[in-house]
Design a protein around this ligand. Structure first.
Ligand SMILES: NC(=O)c1ccc[n+]([C@@H]2O[C@H](COP(=O)([O-])OP(=O)(O)OC[C@H]3O[C@@H](n4cnc5c(N)ncnc54)[C@H](OP(=O)(O)O)[C@@H]3O)[C@@H](O)[C@H]2O)c1
Length: 278
């Protein structure tokens, strides 16, 4: 990845997600430490951000706005309205606003700023914290192709990043947003199976987690259909088909599809509750 030395990235809120993104950007050589700043009311969070990134931090959000080109809004959704109110008067035409707040729609963010402000809404997931995130993003009406490319590159430093239309962010929430919890349960259950068959717990959990990681890497690296990869390791009358038969009897695939659908529906419900009339 080539350096984008001239872009200055400011984080409003210096919590876990801001720190993970800032670390990813700096490690990838996307920007230098001096091109990143953060603001947070909590002194301990400011210290932790500086220790993790080497970048300067301040207590005042507007200082970050004036010293940045890209402003990443990384506060909890319940703090978003007051942050928008606080910084809106300081945002200029050169700024790109990037929100990672779950469930806060583009319309609400855009409405806080002067007409023409470029806004992109991002839905990252928890594995961003370990550099293996699955991020989707949607651009507001004024954001440009170059803005979308910048955000795609920015979040690619901590995983993969894919653009979708905003209405699909509920499905993204149901799949990759909530998905790590589904997979944690799968790993725990695989580990339980290993323990039931005699493996010590620590060995069983490590084997289960690495198996999920390895299988996921094969899907991403080969681009092959997962069903084809499954067929490739399923010999006639062998061990794997015996296990797969039990998964089919337990309706694993239908259950996971239902989980994604239920979480997507819940995300839509929460969005409607938070933004009545939309
Ligand atoms: N973590 C994830 O895996 C994940 C995944 C998807 C989306 N997100 C989104 O990312 C955003 C940040 O999440 P997070 O996990 O990084 O939360 P976090 O660790 O709690 O960080 C948020 C930070 O913002 C600070 N803050 C509160 N009010 C502020 C204000 N007015 N101005 C500036 N900073 C302020 C908080 O300080 P105090 O602690 O003092 O309040 C805290 O340090 C959320 O909107 C969340 O929906 C996170």
């Amino acid at each position: 990845m080539s350096a984008v030395e001239t872009v200055r990235v400011g984080f409003i809120g210096c919590g876990r997600m801001a720190t993970a993104i800032a670390q990813g950007l700096i490690r990838a050589g996307f920007v230098s430490e001096s091109h990143v700043t953060g603001s947070d009311p909590s002194a301990s969070m400011r210290d932790a951000f500086t220790n993790a990134t080497g970048s300067p931090v301040v207590a005042e959000n507007r200082v970050v706005v004036s010293g940045s080109d890209v402003i990443v809004l990384a506060v909890k959704p319940q703090h978003m309205a007051s942050v928008l109110n606080e910084i809106s008067g300081s945002v200029e035409a050169r700024h790109l606003i990037v929100s990672v707040a779950a469930g806060v729609p583009l319309a609400m963010i855009s409405a806080a700023f002067r007409a023409g402000t470029r806004v992109i809404r991002v839905m990252p997931n928890t594995p961003c914290l370990v550099g293996a995130g699955a991020t989707a993003f949607a651009r507001g009406p004024k954001a440009t192709e170059a803005d979308a490319t910048l955000v795609e590159r920015l979040f690619s430093t901590i995983g993969i990043a894919i653009e979708v239309p905003e209405p699909l962010l509920d499905a993204v929430t149901g799949l990759s947003g909530s998905g790590p919890a589904y997979v944690f349960q799968v790993i725990e259950a695989l580990s339980d199976g290993g323990v039931r068959c005699g493996l010590p717990r620590n060995i069983s959990t490590r084997l289960a987690a690495q198996t999920v990681l390895g299988a996921a890497k094969m899907v991403l690296d080969t681009g092959e259909h997962p069903g084809s990869l499954k067929d490739g390791v399923t010999s006639p009358g062998g061990t794997t088909i015996a296990g797969l038969h039990q998964l089919e009897r337990g309706a694993l695939r239908g259950t996971l599809m239902n989980a994604v659908e239920a979480a997507t529906t819940r995300s839509q419900e929460l969005g409607r509750a938070a933004n009545p009339g939309k």
